[in-house]
Design a protein around this ligand. Structure first.
Ligand code: ITT
Length: 207
């Protein structure tokens, strides 16, 4: 079984992502389990660039296979904002609540189709020899007029997926974690690794 290092400082992500990789011959471990002081500056201009920065930093720190994800919320009526800046939309030290309040404020005169939005996740897996593969997951929905629900995190209380009339924060977490943008991107990775198991065996660039 190949160890696959998840480039995140958030240990909850391992629990969320592990079930999505069922049937793939990997053991998922958070990079901070091996290198506790691991950090990286997310200075990229796209989700893919940020995911690659994180994954490459994890390969550099561990010498192992690494995977990273980066997510943003793209709102149609805001020309795709907050996008790649979703975690610091309301400032460097913004809380989830600050970000949600700013989003609702920016949309207060925006109605109908312009409130449509999507979460996008980029997932990148990188081998110790530097070769990478990229996957994407998208969840479309709309931004509600006010927050609803206590589950999830981030923008979940104001995001209602197209299928249904509950926000992601009103859905059971187990259901959100099966249908989310992040789940879709990691399931695409899982499909790739199931079809190409050899990809995990070539690690030194000599083959
Ligand atoms: P890393 O340590 O893994 O980099 P991060 O905080 O940068 O974690 P993401 O790239 O996954 O997290 O997400 C960036 C922001 O997008 C995050 O701070 C949330 O505000 C928002 N977000 C991401 N996934 C979300 C989800 O499933 N539901 C609601 N908001 C989400």
């Amino acid at each position: 079984m190949t160890r696959l290092v998840l480039a995140t400082a958030n240990p909850d992500k391992v629990r969320e992502i592990e079930p999505l990789l069922t049937g793939v011959d990997v053991e998922l471990v958070a990079v901070t389990e091996t290198v506790p002081e691991w950090t990286v500056d997310e200075t990229g201009e796209t989700l893919e660039e940020n995911a690659e920065l994180k994954a490459r930093a994890a390969v550099a720190a561990t010498g192992e296979f690494a995977v990273a994800d980066d997510t943003g919320l793209f709102v149609d009526g805001l020309d795709g904002a907050p996008g790649v800046h979703s975690s610091r939309f309301a400032g460097e030290t913004a809380t989830y609540r600050d970000n949600v309040e700013l989003l609702l404020d920016r949309l207060r005169h925006v109605a109908g189709e312009q409130r449509q939005a999507e979460f996008r996740t980029a997932v990148i897996i990188i081998r110790p020899d530097g070769i990478k593969r990229v996957f994407e997951g998208v969840l479309r929905g709309r931004i509600t007029d006010s927050p609803r629900g206590k589950g999830g995190f981030g923008y979940d209380p104001v995001f209602e997926p197209c299928e249904g009339n509950q926000t992601l924060a009103e859905l059971p977490l187990s259901l959100k974690n099966k249908m989310s943008h992040r789940a879709r991107a990691f399931m695409a990775l899982a499909r790739f690794l199931k079809v190409n198991p050899d990809w995990l065996e070539m690690s030194d660039g000599s083959v």
